[in-house]
Design a protein around this ligand. Structure first.
Ligand SMILES: [Zn+2]
Ligand SMILES: [Zn+2]
Length: 286
């Protein structure tokens, strides 16, 4: 257990805990720094910041996790400290989230052709106020008895190679980094070990403004962490980290605060954001 967790999901996307509950659990575990990084959404940030006022020792970093596409794979880009009230950013995020709805509907169509009939209304209900995703479809399948375990849904139907999988509109990784930078944020490459060829992407991402890479991650062995730390060193990136906590029963078995993320790296990120903020305000005032 560490003191920082910079990768957390709430009910604003496919997490199980409300922003308020997440903050209270994080404070209960003695965390000092958390970042709310919902998929293509910052809707949980204000609520988390407000809830954290009860816990003076806890800092909430505003963030998001942008889903982007490269051929045959999905790449996630974390954005921290961005100006999340910016209307243009919110409009772009809405387009990305609606992409999730279109895609979920197409997956339901495909499932129905396979004899699996789910109600759209139920899937939306399961998503509560968050953006609808594959975990909600899996849960609807589980409820109806079409599958026995949550993972069956992904393994047999809606995993990337499954017969009911559908793609959706997404940014490219470089576009996501550029958007985050344009909105005053710091862009960090999430869970990079998923894609062995990601190293090839790094130069273009760094050129677009990438400043960090997620090294301390829930599932990563110490060897993998070491490899990413070497990459971070080589490319001058800040190694960040987090659990990717979604909550119980979501098929993502991460515990809040589990990877021990060294606070020194979090402080480097905060310092960079402050410097950037100062540069921006100087530019505005002159
Ligand atoms: Zn991710
Ligand atoms: Zn995530």
């Amino acid at each position: 257990m560490g003191l920082a967790d910079l990768h957390l999901h709430t009910t604003a996307s496919d997490g199980r805990l409300t922003p308020e509950d997440l903050v209270s659990v994080a404070a209960g575990r003695g965390l000092r720094y958390i970042a709310i990084t919902d998929h293509d959404s910052t809707e949980g940030v204000d609520r988390a910041v407000a809830a954290a006022r009860l816990y003076p020792g806890l800092t909430v970093i505003p963030g998001l996790e942008a889903s982007t596409d490269i051929p045959h794979a999905e790449v996630h880009i974390l954005g921290y400290f961005l100006d999340y009230h910016d209307p243009e950013l919110q409009e772009q995020l809405l387009v990305l989230r609606n992409g999730r709805i279109d895609r979920a509907k197409r997956m339901l169509d495909k499932l129905s052709k396979l004899g699996i009939r789910l109600q759209w209304e139920r899937v939306v209900e399961l998503a509560a106020d968050g953006s609808v995703g594959r975990p909600h479809i899996a849960q609807a399948m589980l409820e109806k008895g079409y599958i026995h375990t949550f993972k069956d849904a992904f393994n047999k139907y809606i995993g990337r190679d499954g017969p009911a999988y559908a793609e959706r509109y997404k940014l490219t990784p470089v576009e996501a980094v550029s958007l985050i930078v344009k909105k005053g944020g710091l862009a960090v490459l999430a869970h990079p070990a998923e894609h062995p060829s990601i190293v090839d992407l790094l130069p273009s991402l760094i050129e677009a403004g990438l400043v960090g890479i997620e090294a301390y991650y829930n599932y990563y062995s110490s060897e993998v962490v070491e490899d990413i730390l070497r990459l971070a060193e080589k490319f001058g990136l800040i190694p960040t980290g987090g659990s990717d906590f979604h909550g119980e029963g979501t098929g993502v078995d991460a515990q809040l605060g589990e990877p021990d993320v060294p606070v020194e790296h979090v402080l480097r990120l905060i310092e960079l954001a402050q410097r950037k903020g100062e540069t921006l305000s100087t530019r505005v005032s002159t």
